[in-house]
Design a binder for this molecule. Sequence first.
Ligand SMILES: Nc1ncnc2c1ncn2[C@@H]1O[C@H](COP(=O)(O)OP(=O)(O)OP(=O)(O)O)[C@@H](O)[C@H]1O
Ligand SMILES: [Mg+2]
Length: 690
Amino acid sequence: METPTHSTVYLSDWQKSYFAITSGTCTPGQKADEYRAKILRIQYAWANSEISQVCAAHLFKKYAEKYAAIIDSDNIETGLNNYAENILTLAKCQQNDSDKWQSALTTENVFELKCVQERMQTGKNFQSSQVTPTDACVLADQGVRPSAAPGLPKFSVFSSAGETELCAGSAKCANQRPALLGHPSSFKSSQSTLPSVTKTLDTLPAPSASLNEQVRTGFQATPLFGSKEATSSSLKMSSNCCDGQNLSLSNQSAIPAWSASSGKRKAFYGVADEGSTVTASLAPCQASTSTETSSFSGNRNRNEESSIPGFRTAKEQLWVDQQKKSQNLPQRVPVSSYGGVKKSLGAGRSRGPFGKFVPPVPKQDGNENGGAQCKPHARGQADPLLPVDERLKNIEPKMVELIMHEIMDHGPPVNWDDIAGVEFAKATIKEIVVWPMLRPDIFTGLRGPPKGILLFGPPGTGKTLIGKCIACQSGATFFSISASSLTSKWVGEGEKMVRALFTVARCQQPAVIFIDEIDSLLSQRGDGEHESSRRIKTEFLVQLDGATTSSEDRILVVGATNRPQEIDEAARRRLVKRLYIPLPEASARKQIVTRLMSKEHCSLNEEEIELIVNKSNGFSGADMTQLCREASLGPIRSLQSMDIATITPDQVRPIAFLDFESAFRTVRPSVSSKDLELYETWNQTFGCGR
Ligand SMILES: Nc1ncnc2c1ncn2[C@@H]1O[C@H](COP(=O)(O)OP(=O)(O)OP(=O)(O)O)[C@@H](O)[C@H]1O
Ligand SMILES: [Mg+2]
């Protein structure tokens, strides 16, 4: 009797299988198994050169399509793609107390369930960790192939080398089936022969529904040679089932390894590569996969919005931004402060963007809120949750911030005693600035403070110093700005800045706005004037005039200039108190010298000081300060023979009259008599002094 060859056994099995499938008695699951077995046989036959490549490709395509048709069909009688419905039906059966009860589970939202996602993630992690040339699919193949053919993912051979990862991963799922059925030996044995494997497959009991599902789930991602419809539907489900499975098994990496060691064996992917159908089916595969993945991500994002702190919809972000903006404004609105050296208009600030403005002088109890008609928040507080002042809502936050950063003045405390001379000006300022700030209840009506003061006089006479002193002593919120900064720094936005400045000041009443070099802001209007500066001036006048403010507003504008004649007449009228700050008289000069020398090692006697005072006629306060500085260097200069690096402070002799005599040779008055005449004239014409 002729011993049956492999070929005859193979043919016999093939025929039996074919009759079983076509007999009409097989369940869809059995049919799917049979088709899958046929695909394996084709694969094996081709690998052993029992059939040609063309034949293998043809058969492969044919049975892969048949297999996919069963897998992807959601017809309950002929297909397997209905497991979700069955599961949901089961779930619904448990909750049939009421006919009106509707399960929240649907085939659409079941994948959004956290537990399902966790399972998927677990599967994904498992896949990632297992995706190696020796992963489950490979093991399955090893059961089919002789040892010379290791490592080829069985179902990856259905696709091209560049096929989506999903296919390989799905193949893996499918290949786990035998293991689940309790035939691990077929995986372990790398020397298994075809008949044994065939037998294993053939003698397997009819897979249970759940196993079928697993098989189907694994398979359906395999585009094979199937129709586009089948491909896309299978991908859709698979993408959901195995969503997130980053199936990074690379056919490209597996192919050369396998090819190199396969000897006679051929790779089925070679067949697939040649089949344009396969390649064509890849596009929808990849597209579908990515689409599903992204849509899934979207679902996940939606579901996890509350748990992902960083995620917000654009609408929510807009709302949050608006809230932040409105809540931050009060923070930016400073609390009045003073203490530190003069502003640098941006330079050297260390407060940071939301630095707080500390009150110039701690207010006494009872005066804390005196006259403060509109404070968004009390001084010293910076509760961001407090409502924003309505008036600030029309001001650009950027402007408010600029004012906070650059305009508010900081500096060391300055006392009235630090300012030598100018007694009349000091008395007037106390009268119209400090006292009304301290006692707004008394300074009402006609006694109410003026809205504007102009300090004018020669350079270096202490106008800026007075401004600092006002800031320090008045207890008001102090805004200090150089007019040139206002006009040059924010070109085109100057008038907005002016408006913002006054608005913020209004919210921080009582407030003093000190504008140094105010002539550059309020200079005479002329034909050659730039449009932007004209607008700034107009806006300033409007604000100064109080046209847009209530008469109760307690904002004082203090301007300082050494060019009063250049100030526009309209502005001049609004700066009702025009105080001349003249060159210091003899007594003031003496006060300056005495005060400065008291801090130094000095040997000047009273007579010598008088001599210095007399000799310094025509000097400004700044000139006097410079004279003293120059004289203080005299003792150092006299140490010619000694090494400056090694001497001790004790070896430096005291400042003597001699040093002042030397200093007089280099320090000259900075104000000419001609200029002085102009100031005197202007003071007599427009000044408010006696
Ligand atoms: N009356 C004064 N008493 C004491 N020191 C003074 C006096 N005037 C001026 N000084 C000294 O001169 C320096 C410059 O003064 P300040 O800047 O106030 O002058 P100014 O009038 O503003 O000058 P400018 O018109 O050029 O701006 C002061 O820092 C101070 O040291
Ligand atoms: Mg000045």
